[in-house]
Design a protein around this ligand. Structure first.
Ligand code: FE2
Length: 212
């Protein structure tokens, strides 16, 4: 659970909770209902984070409930004006360029590992300043100003539940070219396109066969 240049404010990560053996199996509909109820609480972000942390503490149950990832993609559990929940599935060694969210976000890993590089705005550009590694059961809290790029460093799929405090698919955001760091517009469609390109790339690399 390494953290370089600790980022306690920008991307607080909670340690994996001990699995509660009395917890019922993961149910995606009940999970969404619990998140919605928590989002209505006064201190809504910690409340939703607690729901996510309890779920991924039993990450094997979440994996059983959501299914083993087999392609890059977003399995949307909830899309609403105030709350978006999806399972993001990363192919082996997949990278996602620097991007912001323009809303708070939570990430809870249920299979594999996700590495984050954190970026900050500096003199009209962005520069990297920190990183963390999220393992199964870990939860990261990302305030609205966070910019991050994401890597799955493993030779197998990674899956994480991502929760956003707004309409992720209908919010104008920013992404940065991974080589030039030039800013460009981003939204739900551009993120979906990236996942589609990743699947096409993997298909090409395997000579047309689906690989896992
Ligand atoms: Fe992100």
């Amino acid at each position: 659970m390494a953290t370089i240049n600790s980022t306690p404010v920008l991307a607080a990560k909670t340690k994996a909770l001990r699995r509660n053996t009395s917890q019922p199996p993961f149910d995606r509909n009940r999970f969404v209902e619990d998140c919605i109820a928590a989002h209505h609480e006064t201190d809504s972000i910690p409340a939703v984070r607690d729901v996510l942390a309890r779920a991924v503490a039993d990450h094997q149950s979440v994996l059983a409930g959501l299914g083993e990832p087999s392609a890059a993609g977003l399995d949307v559990l909830l899309s609403s004006p105030t709350l978006t929940i999806f399972a993001a599935q990363w192919t082996p060694q997949m990278n996602l360029l620097p991007h912001d969210h323009a809303m708070w976000a939570l990430i809870g890993i249920y299979t594999g590992r996700e590495d984050n590089i954190f970026w900050r705005r500096q003199n009209g550009e962005i520069e990297a300043y920190g990183a963390n590694c999220l393992f199964e059961g870990d939860v990261a809290t990302l305030p609205a100003e966070v910019i991050h790029s994401v890597t799955n460093p493993l030779l197998r799929f990674t899956g994480g539940i991502h929760i956003y405090g707004g309409d992720f698919f209908d919010t104008a955001r920013t992404q940065w070219d991974p080589e030039t760091l030039i800013a460009e517009p981003s939204d739900g469609d551009s993120i979906r396109d990236m996942f589609a390109r990743e699947n096409a790339r993997r298909k090409l690399a395997s000579g047309g066969r689906s690989t896992q």
